[in-house]
Ligand binder design. Sequence first.
Ligand code: IPE
Ligand code: IPE
Ligand code: MG
Length: 247
Amino acid sequence: MESKPQFHPDKLPKHLAIIMDGNGRWAKQKGMLRIIGHENGTKSVRTTVEACAEIGIEHLTLYAFSTENWNRPKTEVNTLMKLLVKSLKKEIKTLQDNNIKLMAIGNINELPKNAHKELLEVIDKTKSNTHMILTLALSYGSREELINAVKAISSNVKNNIISIDSIDESIINNHLYTQNLPDVDLLIRTSGEQRISNFLLWQIAYAELYFTDILWPDFQKEDLHKALKCYEQRERRFGKTSEQLSK
Ligand code: IPE
Ligand code: IPE
Ligand code: MG
């Protein structure tokens, strides 16, 4: 029988973000087309979403498509967009069954029309769900997000809506796509790469980082549990000393 690991609620990340990487290599290792890797990656998405909801993670953010990914071969981009539409249609049930609200961050206007429409529909249909917030980063780039924020804040200063002196962390937060989300507590990247690839640069300022060699299509519930167990052991000092924290 499957044993359910227990996680201390105080030691559970409130916001978990994942860079789902390694679909292409997974397929290549098996002598298959990259798209087969992406298709199998969607299975890991479902497993992870359900497992996070089961454990009680409040916010899960998944990096699904970066601004840089537009530079991939056209055929791969097209098939990824088709896969997005297919997954949204299929997984709406998973979201409803688990009381999960879908959100998106990124320049989603860049998505093909049908993908954009399907995304907005699922966001609308799940908007009253309360158990977990699942955010998909689509056509997302952290630098683009920061540039947009700087432009919007500068315009507010220019129009005397705010003063330069009033600019603080909360004003910057409020101009990011993630304005309604808390900071990331734990960032997982699969596939052995140890880089951030333009993901949530501001929001991960104090996140714990966890890298695993497992390729995304192989990522199972147990791998998530392992990452969460590792996170439980971390001492998050936020600049203080260990002694201060134990007081
Ligand atoms: C992650 O897998 C999925 C996307 C970036 C869309 P990759 O497609 O990057 O897989 P690798 O890194 O080439 O193995
Ligand atoms: C990051 O993976 C983007 C997503 C997982 C969606 P990439 O595979 O695109 O990143 P790099 O190119 O290895 O940095
Ligand atoms: Mg990759």
